[in-house]
Design a protein around this ligand. Sequence first.
Ligand code: ADP
Ligand code: MG
Length: 244
Amino acid sequence: MPPIVEIAALYKSFGETQVLRGGDLNVNQGEVIAIIGKSGSGKSTLLRCINGLERFDSGAILVNNKQIDHDSAAAMRELRQQVGMIFQSFNLFPHLTVGRNIMLAPKLVKKRTTEQGEEQARTLLSRVGLEEKYDAMPDRLSGGQQQRVAIARALAMEPAVLLCDEITSALDPELVGEVLRVVESLAKDGMTLMMVTHEIGFARKVADRMIFMHQGKVHEMGPPDELFANPRTPELRQFLSSLH
Ligand code: ADP
Ligand code: MG
């Protein structure tokens, strides 16, 4: 089976600043990838390139065997269905109920009927442990609950891969666990995941592979325990020691 995501020689600059410098990476079906690295190392930019939010200067990204091509509106529409993304800020639509937040995109893009959308929204809400919040407005929910709704909303598009960019960083510490438990259950269910996270213990437990980004490149990559036990470069050693 070909990889879900293939990245080759990816370069991206913002003005004079080179942010991505030629990284290669393949992500297989069902794999959970944790991405770690210092602030500014290009982690968010990498994820934003994969879901088409950011154009890259050169190199290639294939999702489900299709090249990302910003000049093709049809290809970009297809890409947005294949790649789900969740951010630090929850970005729920404030004027829509939880149920409608989840149903909106599938209804518009996948032409689901209202009945199909409702049923799916309820199923997804129960998957994230929030079935009783179907009719609630987002501002009545805690941050952890809002982020779980954001996960349900992303899943409603049935993406081939889900990108998570520091999705617990804005939460009060006591709300982090409930979101991580949902991510862990997705991983167990075989979802292909790429997550940038500062929750190193969690990443170590859940990830199949860990990627250490440094200066816009995949600097080290491997099973988490191996990376922790045997960092090969001074940069990763220094990063790991800065965590304690
Ligand atoms: P990380 O997520 O690892 O902290 P980012 O991908 O957010 O890193 O940023 C990498 C570098 O790119 C940083 O130096 C950041 O300032 C710069 N950068 C990111 N987005 C933009 C942008 N839209 N315009 C200009 N510079 C940016
Ligand atoms: Mg970032």
